[in-house]
Design a protein around this ligand. Sequence first.
Ligand code: URP
Ligand code: ZN
Ligand code: ZN
Length: 470
Amino acid sequence: MTMLIKGGTVVSATGTSETEVLVDDDTVVALLAPGSDLATSAEGGADTVLDASGKLVVPGGIDAHTHMELPFGGTYASDTFETGTQAAAWGGTTTIIDFAVQSYGQDVRACLDEWQGKADGQCAIDYGFHMIVGGVDDASLKLMDVLVDEGITSFKLFMAYPGVFYADDGQILRAMQKANGNGAMIMMHAENGIAIDVLAEQAVSRGETAPIHHGYVRRAELEGEATYRAIQLAKVAEAPLYIVHLSASQALEAVANARNEGRNVFAETCPQYLYLNLEDHLGAPGFAGAGYVCSTPLRSKHEHHHRDLWQGLRTNDLSVVATDHCPFCMKDQKELGLDDFRAIPNGIGGVEHRMDLMYQGVVAGELSLPRWVELCSTTPARMFGLYGRKGVIEPGADADIVIYDPKATTTISVETHHMNMDYSAYEGTKIDGKVDRVISKGRTIIADDAYHGTKGDGQYLRRGLSQYLL
Ligand code: URP
Ligand code: ZN
Ligand code: ZN
């Protein structure tokens, strides 16, 4: 079956063009100049012709940081691979990279098998895995080499959450040395968890138990310090480093300094760190702030984090926007921490809204259209070994294509979102622009405000090494 998408503006990481896109089955086969003999004959011969006039034609979004069904704080992230990937599709994301989780003392292989089992046959869109190594020991280090060969080419370590996922500096160094040998990317949750736990204990003993104290104790300095330390450890190990969910100016400065020295240090941020803040959201009346408890935390609006992060997105010191999608319902989940912010499960759901929220950066003049595509699709593909197949509309690529209507508007709400959450962190946010149609491997899965896909359409992606390291 062939499909011609005509009349739209095709946006890539390098520019825009008024080209027509010809898809055969699940693959892009040609980009055609409108009106050319080839375009005309393609229109006559294509099984389907889509008119994208006035719309943007962009590569499907790649969310490189999601946590479907993540076990956290005695509960599980509320989206399954089925519900979470459908929600992603609604928002124009056609690939996720989720995190398989190994905790201390567990067998990495068994944990990965468990995550493969959770996702297999459930997903609406293609998916890959990073591996969380919560227990760095001889066995897990050895398996890192094997997993790289199997297409799991990135490993997340934690400088936070002592007693849960925390790795000490020696363990981190050993894992980084491994990555030096096998070409993997080390992804770091960079917060000084030991110091944070002391501050959290002190806060609770003073009776400071409300959600906003989650943000007060997870000081920006402690994200900056951990980021700097991770960068130094990576330098010693001669390994690349990717900082996840960066939220503080201090951390961005450490990343920018390392990059100015020519180091292979990369960082992602997430929409919540660009739009939400500590005072208004974490500090919302009553217990509502619990809905904004995530780590790293939302930062103070009285400092310059938002401004600096937008700038970092332009200078490429921040090169990826992911969501860190980790939803929990208020009822029975966030409520676990009613009396103590330390017991609130950490995470915000947003996999459905990333393309829309980042498009607001284009509307506001913070980002160009090509940079929007680069941050949300092309660089994640290149960073995590998917490029060529994903992240681009060109012959040979998977036909993962979003038709985006820049003139339509929507409003984000729990009433209309598709994530399995009983609130929205972005309730009432007005969006200029709207996902009009989502095509995954040549098949329309979202159109006319309806889902047309089937559970299990999404397939597992074996990933290659990061292109930025070759
Ligand atoms: O609050 C967050 N980020 N929850 C998910 C786990 C993590 O650290 O990414
Ligand atoms: Zn993290
Ligand atoms: Zn995360």
